[in-house]
Design a protein. Sequence first.
Length: 340
Amino acid sequence: MTNEPLLLVDLQDGFVILTECKNIKIDYGLYSMMICSVIGEEIIATFNDESFFDVIGEIKELCSSVQYMEINSTGFDKKEEYADLMRKIASLLSMPLFDLLNTGHLNEEQLTVVTKLFVAEFTKHLCSPYSKFEDKSTYVPSALQNADFRTHLRSLMLRKMEGTSSILQREMDNLKLTATVTMVQGVPYTVYHVTNTLEFLLVDLQKYLTGKRTVKECLYCKKLFFPICRSTVDYCPLPYKTTGKSCYYIKRHTPKDELEGVYIKAKRQQAKKRDYSMNTVKYGMTVLAEIYEDWKKECDIEYAKARRTGDIMAFKEWVEETKFLKQRLEELVQLKGKKG
């Protein structure tokens, strides 16, 4: 893995990550939200693969036979063997780290670049003379090591000072970042030289906090997110676990009790009958749409009544009686024709 820094060009509304293949745009705050959303128990689990420890054992054995300075010198006779082991480690870590960091905040291109940064930080750690092979906690990249820090970060992003830590904040303030200025068509841009995952987090957080956007905490999954349509939205557009569906979608389509379940199911069934191809050909889409809207208005009244009285059986009976069966549809169409 290369030890070259990751270059972030500041565009004032987000960053462009410079890579060999292409430039990748990433909005302020997305990386920080991803860090906040990583599940703590899964972090160490990412480094528990048996093949991973086999390679770690080989690296440990190689390192124990030579001095740190030898490993990093051009004359190190086992340099290629060492580099091969590092490539194996990077290969073994890439997919588990990609899955760990895939919280839904970053797209595939952004996540691929960020994963490489995490892998590079780990392999760089293994090259250090201070590497502790037996201590799994030291394997964790700097941005994820401290659970209290992630809690502090979450409070900062929600702009709630009561959940922050003055000690952690002082530690953050003491960290130094390297930046340069480059000119593009006469316009100066700041370029941040990020060498590890924590530096990326600090510059991203600083840019988010000085901006106008504010994240919200999803009431369903507790992840942080940027409201897309309205600031009053309480459920995020991020995929919930392995469902592939967003919390916003799940909340809108999951009944809170049996009565609401009957209400939602009834509307879906009636809408299917309205859109059924044989019915649209026979009766016409306009007439069917009017019949459905009339039924829906009455359904809303009956639902509100059942909610008020608690009589779910009466509502079920009404739903059953008003189903768009063949005979009933014909009667409703004829009634519409007479009124017309």
